[in-house]
Design a protein around this ligand. Sequence first.
Ligand code: K7E
Ligand code: CUA
Length: 666
Amino acid sequence: MSPIKNMLTAVAATSLLASLTGCAPKNPTQAITGDAAEKVYVAPGKHDEFYNIVSGGFSGQVSVYGLPSGRLFRQIPVFSQDPQTGWGYSEESKPMLNTSHGFAPWDDSHHIALSTTNGEHDGRWAFINGNNTPRIARIDFKTFRTAEIIEIPNASGNHSSPFITENSEYAVAGTRFSFPLDYEGGNVDVPINTYKQNFKGTVSFVGIDPLTGHMNVSFQVMLPGINFDLSRCGRGPSHDWFFFSCYNTEQANTLLEVNASQKDKDFIMAVNWKKCEEYAKAGKGKTLKVKYAHNVWDDKTHSAKSTMITEVIGLDPKELKDIVYFMPCPKSPHGCDVDPSGKYIVGSGKLAAIIPVFSFDKMLKAIADKNFEGEYDGIPVLKYADVLHGEVQKPGLGPLHTEFDGKGFAYTSFFVSSEIVKWDIEKLAVVDRAPTYYSIGHLCIPGGPTRKPHGKYVIAYNKITKDRYLPTGPELTQSAQLYDISGEKMKLLLDFPTVGEPHYAEAIPATLIEKNSLKIFKIEENNHPYVCKSEKDARVVREGNKVHVYMTAIRSHFNPDNIEGIRMGDEVYFHITNLEQDWDVPHGFAVKGASNAELLIMPGETQTLKWVPDRVGVQPIYCTDFCSALHQEMQGYARVSPAGSSTPLSWSTGKNSDAGVTEAAK
Ligand code: K7E
Ligand code: CUA
């Protein structure tokens, strides 16, 4: 390109991009209707109709809300350490955050995928992606806890994830960044500007065990070096396929805001995962050397185990010709969504002035006719006109994501024009639009990405908050908005604050989850290696410089609550078993000077806090959760003597002693 033309392109792109930073709709306070309060009011003691499972974005967590009230019930720690529960601080949970890079106690999570059976919510698990250190986590709805985390090899920025197939056969993981890949142990120390030659992408299919939910990386598809953004599985007729939006088909390695916005069209990639599965099982893949962590939580040992895995199967679409196809899609597509019938695929080009809707049937026909426009890096490219169902004209500016109500309508979020636009899927006509406050990202209809959406509401997850709430300094909470979609027109009902930056969320009828919710862990099933099932077994054991405290907690004391004989240089492990067998009676545990966090221990559970005393003296321990009228009495002491001290190891509860000598020590 000539320097002048180059400059003009840059100028055009800059002014375009200036308008892409979002704008506020007018008259934000006038958008509310008279009966809104009634529609979101859930009387004290009453339950919400839906759970809203919301990604925590850069908090690396998941938050759980009720709908329609917008009440926050819980934050589930996933990829990030959580001082409130001790997640990532307790010895048992640390292995959950292990990766091939070592302990990675933070991530950036964008997308929720709720488990489905026959394309409908089954209320068993939620999956969520970690972008930064590529991972997928599974949350178990029995406990609302993270049960498993698997690292994704050959990936960088696990954005296109963890969308799942209709029977939760697979969760996918498409790499956002392409990068130099050492498939066969080649050189990855290459100049960045050799992107076109050396950078590659992958999408991984993570198999999910139908009974246990356990994940494994079943196979990867090796792909050209472009960016993979979002994805959705097919449904019904398109069940065997997975669709991915791709951008940066320009293969730029710098200033992507300009350089990756050159082409008129990028791609929606269609992957026949059934065929991939067949080929992988038939041994048609290559075994690639990798290293990735697989971490599993066990509700019986109340502990996690981390295993390093060293191989993965790679499928090469240049050899396996019928597994991957590209459909041209204008222009830097972000969202890639499949309608409940499975017949239509909606691409949302961030820079496009239309919404293209692709027809699955037409795609199959074009593939059968081998009617290709050409190839992109060895992968067949179909013709836009051949696969297009049609375009929605003048929908708005900056389309991002689309959800469905199950009544033939699609709802697309528009970041730049800050609105939700409702359109008819068959007729491709806009039928309603509603402003959002401000600059919506994802949106969520309960059951929206399933065969049978539950409809009723759409929730906007907005990127910008500004004046919606009382100001709290430079940093504002994120904002969500709830709209009634039961009628012809969308009606704004409620604003509610969210934690971190919720990208995507799903909502599911409470009836599918609440009946399975666990109340306690049975103490007789506790197989923790350091469990203490009765107060009479409470003890302290020294193994070299390691001191293991087998401690119990029950209203309102610890056993033991006086410990002596710890020496400087010791590592003390407080293994605390909560003996309660009553719902909603956790105990907490803290010791002065601990460099980690507290523990919060559920009834029947054992958790361990490691403490390395840094000074001689007597340090208090106490329960951090107000558990009874005598919670404030739930305390004790640990005495630390100098290194080499002859103070014998002793422990007790309920034995007053004189002259500082405990009963046990006498
Ligand atoms: Cu925020 Cu799904 Cu990461 Cu769009 S993505 S907004
Ligand atoms: Cu136990 Cu407070």
